[in-house]
Ligand binder design. Sequence first.
Ligand SMILES: Cc1cc(-c2n[nH]c(CCNC(=O)c3cc(-c4ccc(F)cc4)cc(O)c3O)n2)ccn1
Ligand SMILES: [Mg+2]
Length: 221
Amino acid sequence: TRSSRPQRMLAHVKRHAARGDPQSVIDAIDYFCRHKEWAMNVGDEKGTILDSVVCEVSPGAVLELGTYCGYSTMRIARLLAPGARLITLEFNPANAAVARQVIAWAGLEHKVQLVEGSSGDLIPQMREKFGIDSFDLVFLDHWKDWYLPDTRLMEELGLLHKGSVLLADNVICPGAPEYLAYVRSSPRYDSRYFKSHLEYTYVEDGLEKSVFPGASAGSRP
Ligand SMILES: Cc1cc(-c2n[nH]c(CCNC(=O)c3cc(-c4ccc(F)cc4)cc(O)c3O)n2)ccn1
Ligand SMILES: [Mg+2]
């Protein structure tokens, strides 16, 4: 049967990127998506904003919701300090299989745990299965109408601590209006919008960065 777009992307990476060189893998995917076939990676423009937030937070524990082909997984993992951990959740097994190979080609597999399944099922298992107490950074890049319920779930499970950063992709396109309204109105978050474009296009999109000031904030003194 005909190959999938992620499979063609992986073939392009193997042909054009150097093993163990994450930047060359990132560049190869950006070239493929800009000049051959569009794909829903966060991309180079929003990727630069992602990089700056990762460097600013210098997280010990990161959760990524929505791996896809592992592009943003690599952007984050290549900037992590030794011993820091990145857990990434992917719903689609075929995409997860491609992502594992992309991450391995970049030589970043020892920094990344890729788990297949839905966020709603896996987030409650973070402590027991992965020994994670809380996350310093969460990159939301999965199903857009799941951003809000999953954020509420992480709050309720105590997976966010004072200063935890939520960074959400696609808040304009495809859009996450309920999530945006929540983080921008809740006294529990300091939120800021980084205007950009939908990956590899001129359509407006952006990232919303929201700092969790602590569970007590916004509740009665
Ligand atoms: C429930 C659950 C879900 C997941 C999960 N795993 N993988 C994903 C991928 C989700 N991503 C997107 O749908 C997405 C779409 C566009 C887009 C598409 C078409 C257009 F025309 C314009 C823009 C652009 C993007 O940047 C995106 O990120 N979710 C993992 C775990 N649990
Ligand atoms: Mg996205």
